[in-house]
Ligand binder design. Structure first.
Ligand SMILES: Cc1cc2nc3c(=O)[nH]c(=O)nc-3n(C[C@H](O)[C@H](O)[C@H](O)COP(=O)(O)OP(=O)(O)OC[C@H]3O[C@@H](n4cnc5c(N)ncnc54)[C@H](O)[C@@H]3O)c2cc1C
Length: 463
């Protein structure tokens, strides 16, 4: 598309939605060129719609002038999903962030896609309700981003992931038409595969405007414990033992010694000498239930030879433990300028084998690989630290990631437990889906986006 055409298209969008809602100066564009992967590519413009009608207008203009469009929430994605690989208009949900309804009786909420997860959590908590998906980025990440990525989080072990709570999606299709959910009732039975397809589609099928969510009652009791082990394999074995005990904790998070080392420089945690791995475990339920379940977990911890454990004695201590857990990912920047953050996931019984394999691969490729994650779900974040200016290190890191994916698939696991495919895993997807899966996925993309205008270059390689 020529520079003149681009200018014409952005001038049209400005005229329709207001010039204060469209950025084109290079300094501003650089702020929308990347996500949490730090991969970069400049957009042509960034638009900030405030209503469904404004989103519709922007997309209709992009369609008319054949400009690429890239939906963007908070940009915390770990797969390059919002990076405007081929330029185009980034459509940000920054100003599209109203909670439209909370129905306490029905236990549902309707939100604009830019609502921040943590804001929704606090609002529904005022009514004794909870929205279970809790990615560690919840204070920044948006519901639109959560739905597009089908985000998980610590509570996925007991409560499932985002798709289990999406009951309807309104979205704008590639040509600017508004597609509404077929069924107004969360419990209805009208066949509506569109919302299901939008969930986890990583912004490649349309722009989600409104999302209807299912809520649950908030648990009345919580117990949180930090348990210490000599090494990650021992901790992973304890995870399998806890889950075999019949208790389903709300969360079981694993943090290896390197990851723990990054945060203990800022947060005071009394860790026994020689501890090589930590588990953060939470139980919840009706009054008294969390305590009963934690007693069972404590019995298993002793059996699994934990070096010791510490129980949070107050809400404040519990909050501090979770703040500590959520600060691991950003704190890794202390170790190296770059990281390849892989979120591999295996059946829980294979977690010890995965943890062992990660240790072996780190030694084989002489790389620092802090590992942590939602172990109860079999979902581990394997962070290969590197300096991208060092070619040899890049080569070793890439080889390690390839081998990590091979091991994961041999263990009947998945190459992405929650962060998605985006750009970073696109070349590995055929190994996971096989040729027929890839072909059908391409057909779905073509049906939703025949001109490849929506978030091109992500998830699906179209030839
Ligand atoms: C510190 C940290 C911790 C994290 N912890 C977790 C975790 O525990 N669990 C987890 O699952 N993820 C986690 N993530 C990854 C990330 O936060 C999630 O994927 C999150 O859901 C992304 O939300 P976002 O608003 O930042 O979306 P963005 O990064 O802006 O976008 C992500 C994708 O969604 C698409 N998208 C965004 N909005 C829309 C829309 N309205 N319509 C259509 N498509 C849209 C984009 O095009 C893109 O492909 C973490 C990230 C960080 C940085």
């Amino acid at each position: 598309m020529s520079g003149n055409q681009v200018k014409k298209a952005t001038a049209h969008i400005r005229r329709k939605i207001g010039s204060d809602k469209v950025l084109t100066d290079p300094e501003a564009l650089t702020c929308y060129a990347f996500d949490a992967t730090n991969m970069r590519s400049l957009p042509t413009a960034v638009a900030f719609p405030e209503s469904t009608d404004e989103v519709r207008t922007i997309i209709a203009m992009c369609h008319r002038f054949e400009l690429k469009m890239i939906p963007r929430g908070a940009g915390t994605g770990f797969a390059g999903g919002t990076v405007p690989l081929e330029g185009g208009v980034v459509i940000s949900t920054e100003k599209f962030n109203r909670i439209l309804d909370i129905d306490v009786g029905q236990k549902t909420a309707v939100v604009q896609s830019g609502v921040v997860n943590g804001v929704l959590q606090r609002e529904v908590a005022k009514h004794g309700l909870m929205f279970p998906p809790d990615p560690s980025s919840l204070e920044v990440a948006t519901i639109g981003g959560n739905v597009a990525q089908d985000a998980g989080g610590p509570r996925a072990l007991k409560y499932g992931v985002t798709r289990h709570y999406v009951t309807g999606v309104e979205f704008i299709a590639w040509d600017g038409s508004v597609v509404e959910p077929a069924d107004p009732m969360a419990t209805g039975r009208v066949w509506d595969p569109l919302g299901t397809l939008m969930t986890g589609s990583e912004g490649t099928l349309g722009f989600m405007t409104q999302i209807r969510l299912r809520l649950l009652e908030r648990p009345r009791s919580l117990r949180t414990v930090l348990a210490f082990f000599a090494d990650p394999v021992g901790a992973a074995t304890a995870v399998s033992m806890i889950l075999a005990s019949g208790v389903v904790p709300a969360a079981v998070e694993l943090i290896d010694a390197v990851a723990m080392g990054c945060i203990t420089q800022f947060v005071e945690v009394d860790i026994p000498e020689g501890a090589g791995c930590t588990l953060l475990i939470e139980t919840d339920g009706r009054s008294g239930e969390a305590g009963e379940n934690m007693s069972v977990v404590e019995g298993v911890l002793k059996e699994a030879r934990a070096m010791g454990y510490r129980t949070a004695e107050s809400d404040r201590e519990r909050d501090d433990l979770w703040k500590m857990r959520r600060s691991i990912s950003p704190s890794l920047a202390r170790l190296a300028p770059n990281k390849m953050n892989e979120d591999v996931c295996v059946p829980r019984s294979s977690l010890p084998a995965l943890v062992e394999a990660v240790g072996k691969l780190a030694r084989k490729y002489s790389l620092l690989v802090p590992t942590f994650g939602h172990a109860g779900d079999g979902n581990l974040h394997v962070n290969v630290m590197l300096d991208r200016r060092n070619r040899d290190e890049v080569r070793r890191a890439e080889a390690m990631v390839t081998e990590l994916f091979e091991v994961t698939m041999k263990l009947e696991g998945t190459i992405s437990g929650e962060h998605g495919i985006g750009i970073t895993k696109i070349e590995y997807l055929p190994d996971q889906l096989g040729p027929d899966g890839i072909r059908v996925q391409g057909d779905i993309k073509r049906a939703f986006d025949p001109q490849s205008l929506i978030n091109p270059g992500k998830v699906i390689n179209r030839s």
